[in-house]
Ligand binder design. Structure first.
Ligand code: ADP
Ligand code: PHD
Length: 485
């Protein structure tokens, strides 16, 4: 069926929003909908806020969770206590969600069965690996997948149960591979799981984690639920993918710039979405955007708690009407990895070696610059991994001087920044705020302007650029006329 009015949507609810379960029922999940209006939607749910952090490692601080403890030899059996703490957190979450005793018990039973199943599997694996014939290293990805999927299994089970209690025909679609006998590709797994679902009369609540041959965790790592969202959208031929977040996609993080000063982004294109995810803004996982863009399906980012608001539409064919910065975002903990070698002038091959080392140690490159004898990469990753890159390169290039420093990178992003006014106004805004940038990247392809500052100046830089390039953008020419008169 291709009729726009009857085709379904696929909608993801992020972890931060999932934790506000009761409000979600009154907005996104049920709200004023009745009868047929409740259906023709597929929901993909993330784990409740903080759950995946505790199961794996903290996304921002890197603090070890169950996985990181299990993987590190020095931690011994500490992972077992960490897993028990996750179970307790799950029961506490169930306590908040279900006032009905029977429902709470079945939610707790579900969580306990999954947690204890994984626990005994990990104990067996540790025992096997103590023989030496089985190498723990070879199984760590599977362990990571098993642990991560616990979070999404809980939230999908709870959401469908809660909807059932509220008279909605919801069905949990468990893509986590729990006790499955065969393994399929991502697309096949999705097709098989939804084959007998009648979208006009059932509401599928799908786990954000999909266990499949491609191993989502190995390829995409954190933020994987958006990959499930995008493939589900493409495979089921949905008319639109929707991401429900805690805030509207705004011109800056409303936690850093006052919510009154930020603007909701009405529309943008996938080019801007790519820049945002590169900066770790998580507007959408870069790989998720790719599938949707290739299939020509629009993505809408909405505030989960303001369901009437149309939110932000992201499509490939939306060009800007005029040069304008749309969003100011950044990363406060970036490593500037500077490789300097005077022997480099006129010689090729340095770049390749550096890139190989970065790839080998799985370090994310945010940006790079180079000149005659210096190549600087701006990196996101663990200090440990970056130190390994440094060691590898020092042994290959003995005359090189490699230096590493922490910086913050703030980026002003828009579909068309092709006006010299953007750079001029950015510099004025920074100088007015007393910020001296360590570096600025204004490239030929005008979609972003990157400013490098000391980490302590991160928030002030976001605020200053937001003020200069967004809040004051339309008023600035007039003010300049007054100033000149
Ligand atoms: N430009 C922005 N617009 C909206 N939120 C932003 C923006 N930049 C950063 N954020 C932050 O993103 C957070 C949501 O992050 P995310 O991990 O995507 O949540 P979720 O768990 O819902 O997927 C919000 O708490 C908000 O502070
Ligand atoms: N819960 C997972 C997957 C995910 O996509 O989460 P969120 O939608 O909350 O970013 C993670 O934290 O990585």
């Amino acid at each position: 069926m291709t009729d726009q009015t009857t085709r379904h949507t696929v909608e993801k609810i992020g972890g931060t929003s999932m934790s506000r379960t009761k409000e979600l029922l009154e907005t996104v999940l049920i709200g004023d909908r009745k009868g047929a209006d409740l259906y023709q939607r597929i929901f993909v749910v993330s784990a409740y806020a903080g759950m995946t952090d505790d199961l794996l490692e903290h996304k921002k601080s890197g603090e070890p969770g169950v996985y990181a403890l299990f993987a590190s030899a020095e931690s011994g059996w500490a992972w077992g206590d960490a897993l028990t703490a996750v179970a307790d957190k799950m029961y506490a979450q169930n306590e908040c969600i279900f006032s009905d005793e029977g429902a709470r018990q079945s939610a707790n039973r579900f969580a306990r069965e999954r947690i204890e199943g994984v626990r005994s599997c990990l104990i067996d694996l540790s025992r096997l690996c103590s023989f030496g014939h089985f190498q723990l290293q070879q199984h760590l990805l599977t362990v990571r997948e098993m642990l991560a999927s616990l979070g999404e299994a809980q939230s999908a089970f709870n959401t469908s149960l809660l909807l059932n209690l509220n008279g909605v025909r919801a069905r949990m679609i468990d893509l986590t591979g729990w006790r499955d006998e065969a393994q399929y590709t991502l697309d096949e797994t999705i097709e098989r799981a939804l084959a007998d679902v009648d979208l006009s009369a059932e509401l599928p609540i799908v786990t954000g984690y999909t266990q499949c041959r491609e191993a989502l965790m190995g390829t995409y790592d954190r933020g994987y639920s958006e990959v499930t969202l995008s493939r589900l959208t493409v495979v089921t031929g949905a008319r639109e993918a929707i991401i429900h977040k805690e805030f509207h996609l705004s011109s800056a993080d409303p936690r850093l710039v006052s919510p009154d000063a930020v603007r909701v982004i009405g529309e943008t294109n996938y080019d801007v979405a790519d820049q945002l995810s590169n900066m770790g803004m998580e507007a959408i996982h870069p790989w998720a955007a790719k599938s949707l863009r290739q299939a020509g399906i629009p993505l809408r980012v909405k505030n989960a708690f303001e369901p009437e608001h149309p939110g932000t539409v992201i499509r490939s064919d939306l060009d800007a009407q005029a040069p304008q910065v749309e969003i100011v975002t950044g990363l406060s903990n970036v490593y500037a990895f500077e490789f300097y070698d005077q022997n480099m002038v006129g010689v090729k091959g340095y770049d390749v070696e550096i890139l190989e080392a970065l790839k080998r140690h799985m370090v994310w490159i945010i940006a790079k610059t180079s000149n005659a004898n210096t190549i600087t990469h701006f990196l996101k990753g663990s200090m440990k991994a970056i130190k390994r890159v440094e060691a590898d390169l020092s042994s290959v290039f003995q005359s090189a001087e490699i230096s590493l420093r922490k910086i913050a990178l703030v980026s002003a992003i828009g579909r068309d920044l092709g006006s010299t006014r953007v750079l001029a106004q950015a510099m004025r805004a920074l100088s007015d705020a007393g910020i001296e940038p360590l570096g600025v990247h204004d490239l030929l392809r005008k979609v972003d302007l990157q400013v490098i500052v000391e980490p302590e100046q991160f928030e002030a830089t976001i605020a200053a650029l937001h003020k200069g390039l967004i809040e004051d953008w339309d008023v600035a020419p007039q003010q300049r006329l007054h100033a000149a008169a």
